[in-house]
Write a protein that binds this ligand. Structure first.
Ligand code: NDP
Ligand code: 2IT
Length: 449
């Protein structure tokens, strides 16, 4: 184990997030390797931690004032043992190769858990969509796709959205792909409904995160009725996490963006959620504006001098981090426990640091790692691919029922794997072991390629 970690770190010393994601998997799958000598002989850890292909490219584009900008584009095709590479694109100034590799690595195991046939990949750019006009975003997306199109395809690699990439960006990316390839195919998911998108795809990640949480609660004979929840983020995942919590009778106390957070003692109800959707998706404003419309709520700006996030220090029953990686540290997780939180379902990818996770598991919190809890998004992407192949589209109830069934099945798979290895109700171990075993067995079946 130490050997593989030193190798990964020596090869790419600066890729901290990638090391973090690999370390977690390597530690938790050790018992699987101990039981199966072939895995060691076949050097599965060495193989699974090295991407099948890494594509990096220049993205030159012109802003509305005629200034030329050059961003960096990435696509990491991590593993295709289970199907075409599948995973989102992230546009955010913090994007670098290490972040895309960590996301692609997580995606491999997540996709394996969905029960569908998808390999893992991830891509994106350090482009910052904030404050850009629609025309600038369109030109950027076109320039990005002018290179990416030669590497992807409906049976090769199927990108989708992630931070900074939603319906608008998918539309521009798809338009350019279609023009360059002269083909109308399901090469991207998260498309708009009237040209090949699937019902429930926008909702799927958030809904799935709550369906998974509801399954965890069922193991303790509980449900969401009157449960208070802390949600972070205010983008796609946070919005639909909030919507589903409300539908199941829970109360959402917080919502945030990268500048600060809102605490609303009365709870964020449907009307307030609609306001947030208008604010974030249409006006592209800041969450701070919420308190102008709803003065009963309190806004707290991010304080860089603090070593914790006060959002996680409020009293509540559940927490759903839905913003970004490493947003809950050791101190935050102690605060969560002190505030009475007994369930955490990760809408974001890797939102808890390893030290934070250790505390949560130690204290018996029902903890669902992102690769299990937020798999509903990519699962419905898989259903979008299936519908595209059939040239049909399923009704809302059908997709939602399939999503529910998939989340139930992931929950069951995690529990079974965890108990098979004597780890009780440990969803982290369960998700990693189950996800890993399926991918590795497929790799071994397919030989050394
Ligand atoms: P959006 O771009 O729709 O929203 C992102 C939200 O997170 C915004 O509120 C944003 O605030 C906040 N945020 C982003 N970066 C930071 C940061 N560095 N610090 C603090 N806040 C930040 O993205 P999504 O909702 O799609 O994605 C959220 C998370 O969920 C990500 O971790 C993503 O990987 C994960 N995910 C997404 C899926 C999907 O289907 N979209 C599927 C599975 C996981 P601001 O507006 O200020 O930037
Ligand atoms: O992290 C994720 O699973 C996503 N951003 C969704 C990927 C997808 O292909 O729908």
């Amino acid at each position: 184990m130490e050997q593989i970690m030193s190798l990964v770190k020596e090869r790419d010393p600066e890729q901290r997030e990638f090391h973090q994601a690999v370390q977690e998997v390597v530690e938790t799958v050790k018992p699987v390797l101990d039981r199966n000598m072939e895995y060691r002989q076949q050097a599965v850890l060495k193989r699974i931690t090295e991407p099948e292909r890494v594509i990096m490219f220049r993205v030159p584009w012109m802003d509305d004032d005629g200034q030329v900008h050059v961003n960096r584009g990435f696509r990491v095709e991590m593993n295709s043992a289970l199907g075409p590479y599948k995973g989102g694109l992230r546009f955010h100034p913090s994007v670098n190769l290490g972040i895309i590799k960590f996301l692609a690595f997580e995606q491999v195991f997540k996709n394996s858990l969905t029960t569908l046939s998808m390999g893992g990949g991830k891509g994106g750019s350090d482009f910052n969509p904030k404050g850009k006009s629609d025309a600038e975003v369109m030109r950027f997306c076109q320039a990005f796709m002018a290179e990416l199109y030669r590497h992807i395809g409906p049976n090769t690699d199927v990108p989708a959205g992630d931070i900074g990439v939603g319906a608008r960006e998918i539309g521009y990316l798809f338009g350019m792909y279609k023009k360059l390839s002269n083909e109308f195919t399901g090469v991207l998911t998260g498309k708009s409904l009237n040209w090949g998108g699937s019902l429930i795809r926008p909702e799927a990640t958030g809904y799935g995160t709550v369906y998974f949480a509801a399954e965890m609660l069922t193991t303790r004979n509980e449900n969401f009725e009157n449960k208070t929840c802390l949600v972070s983020g205010s983008g796609n995942v946070a919005q639909f996490t909030t919507e589903k919590i409300l539908e199941l009778g829970g109360k959402v106390l917080t919502i945030s963006d990268s500048s600060g957070y809102i605490y609303d003692e009365q709870g964020i109800d449907r009307e307030k959620l609609e306001y947030i959707q208008q604010l974030k998706n249409v006006r592209r404003g800041r969450i701070q504006e919420f308190v102008e419309k709803y003065p009963g709520a309190v806004y707290t700006a991010v304080d860089p001098a603090l070593d914790y996030n006060p959002l996680w220090a409020h009293k509540a029953d559940c927490a759903m981090p839905c913003a970004t990686q490493n947003e809950i540290n050791k101190k935050d997780s102690s605060n969560l426990i002190q505030g009475g939180v007994t369930l955490i379902s990760e809408g974001a990818n890797m939102p808890c640091t390893p030290e934070a996770v250790d505390i949560l598991i130690d204290q018996g919190v029902l903890y669902a790692p992102g690769k299990a809890a937020n798999a509903g998004g990519v699962a419905v992407s898989g259903l979008e691919m299936a519908q595209n192949s059939m040239r049909l589209s399923w009704p809302r109830e059908e997709v939602d029922n399939r999503l529910k069934q998939i989340m139930k099945s992931i929950h069951r798979t995690c529990l079974d794997a965890s108990s098979e290895y004597g780890m009780g109700q440990n969803y982290l171990v369960g998700a990693n072991i189950a996800g890993f075993t399926k991918v590795v067995n497929a790799m071994l079946d397919q030989g050394l390629v």
